[in-house]
Ligand binder design. Structure first.
Ligand code: MV4
Length: 447
């Protein structure tokens, strides 16, 4: 097992990884930019190394600086968290080439799933259901039109190197194809440096269901159930829950087993998430994320499994500590992502936290790097806390969520706490009756 892990991230996820390490008796090395010198993950880590100025490309994305920090500190392994370099195959390769263990999948699997065409081809071979569409990239408007006529309008043009919704264009009929095709390619080029695009049948009112999977180096793989991530705005998840209120037991075990079998065949190592769209009782694989996800705590709440601990154990070569039949799903969990943003305009609002009082009590977890007096820098993502409530039923979670949001005090900066209070009052949410467009209809798209 590792003696010392460098955490190549910041904020709440850096703290989360630190906690798992310390519970395992593993020393931690925090890295930080000059803007994060007073951050909680730096304060709690056993050691810390400043890796550069505030801009992420000069600090948290600065591979030489991170590797130098690991060398100076004598770390055995590096945990990338999520975002930043967590799905960068070249970083994973560099980590291993410099003698450290990368806590995550192999570089091969990272790059495989980073190419959405290869990911879909792999998913097809692994027996996962796909959205009908082009088998590979499309190189002309004529191809887009031919596919639209074949699979039915509307279709969706997506970036091959994409993810997270950037560069997607809906085409409702043939005479819109030319403009959508060139716009999608231009956006893909600008966002990912790769203008390749592909086409899928556009699903108009799906839910976003993702399956947590975990594989070790000995050919074992399990699924840890699903998360419903349909409540999103501009491709940013706002609230997630597990299990999904839209699935019945048969659908749940069918897609879970399919995902677990797929990662077993793949020989996948580490934690991963398979993203599906779910519409009219059917699942459609769209992509796989080869990292720990922001919303992992709701899976931890209903399974009792510490996902970061399992990532570390698996990376050290240990076999999974359980088989599929050992995993028991109990209760329900809901996570609210709390952002330092105006709750109506969503304008980011960094600044000094004059008061921080998180909720507590049975079934209440808060993952946050905030503290009273902390100055939140303007350079990074605006998420400042995750409120995770769990309980024996979804109704108990709703009551607990309502009480926790009332109790959550954050002074000095705007937050989206009141947005969550508004969401959980809506009858459609209470009924679990929402799709990926529901929240944007409630709060609007404008920033
Ligand atoms: C889709 C889709 C509808 N039809 N694919 C958005 C980002 C990436 N995860 C895939 N996404 C979508 N792919 C087809 N064929 C709708 C979306 C989508 C979406 C998916 C999940 C969660 C939120 C979303 C918001 C807008 C669009």
């Amino acid at each position: 097992m590792f003696d010392k892990i460098l955490i190549a991230n910041r904020g709440e996820i850096a703290l989360r990884i630190h906690r798992a390490c310390h519970e395992m008796g593993i020393q931690t090395v925090a890295v930080h930019s000059t803007a994060d010198a007073a951050a909680m993950h730096v304060r709690l880590a056993d050691e810390s190394v400043c890796i550069g100025p505030p801009p992420a490309r000069e600090s948290y994305l600065n591979v030489p600086a991170i590797l130098s920090a690991a060398t100076i500190a004598g770390a055995d392994a590096i945990h990338p968290g999520y975002g930043f370099l967590s799905e960068n195959a070249r970083f994973a390769e560099a980590v291993e080439a410099h003698g450290f263990t990368f806590i995550g999948p192999t570089p091969q699997h990272i790059s495989m799933m980073g190419d959405k065409i290869v990911a879909k081809q792999t998913a097809l071979e692994l027996g996962l259901p796909l959205v009908p569409g082009s088998p590979g990239p499309v190189d002309s408007v004529e191809e887009v039109i031919a596919l639209g006529e074949k699979i039915g309008w509307p279709v969706l043009i997506k970036a091959v190197a994409g993810g997270g919704g950037r560069g997607m264009k809906v085409v409702n009929q043939a005479d819109q194809a030319a403009e959508a095709f060139s716009l999608a390619r231009a956006e893909a080029k600008a966002a990912f440096g790769n203008d390749a695009v592909y086409v899928e049948k556009y699903l108009g009112r799906p839910r976003h269901i993702e399956i947590q999977v975990l594989g070790d180096m000995h050919g074992n793989a399990v699924h840890l159930g699903e998360r419903d991530c349909s409540l999103q705005r501009r491709h940013q998840k706002v609230l997630e829950e597990a299990p999904s209120p839209a699935l019945n037991a048969a659908q749940r075990s069918r897609i879970g087993e399919l995902a677990a079998a797929a990662v077993r065949k793949l020989g996948y190592r580490g934690a991963g998430t398979m993203e599906f769209l779910f519409q009219d009782g059917e699942f459609y694989f769209i992509e796989m994320n080869t990292r720990l996800q922001v919303e992992h705590p709701i899976t931890e709440a209903i399974t009792g499994i510490d996902l970061v601990r399992e990532q570390i154990r698996v990376a050290s070569g240990a076999p999974l500590g359980f088989t599929q039949k050992d995993i028991v799903f109990a209760g329900h969990a809901i996570e609210c992502r709390i952002n330092a943003e105006h709750p109506e305009t969503f304008v980011p609002c960094p600044g000094r936290v004059t008061e921080y009082h998180p909720p507590g009590g049975l079934g209440v977890r808060v993952d946050s790097g905030l503290y009273t007096g902390y100055s939140m820098p303007p350079f990074y993502d605006s998420m400042v806390a995750k409120l995770i409530v769990s309980g024996t039923s979804r109704n108990e979670c709703l009551m607990r969520l309502r009480r926790s949001l009332e109790e959550f005090a954050i002074g000095g900066i705007d937050t989206t706490i009141s947005l969550h209070q508004r969401i959980i009052r809506q009858q459609a949410f209470i009924d679990g009756d929402y799709d990926i467009h529901w929240l944007e209809k409630l709060v609007g798209l404008k920033k």
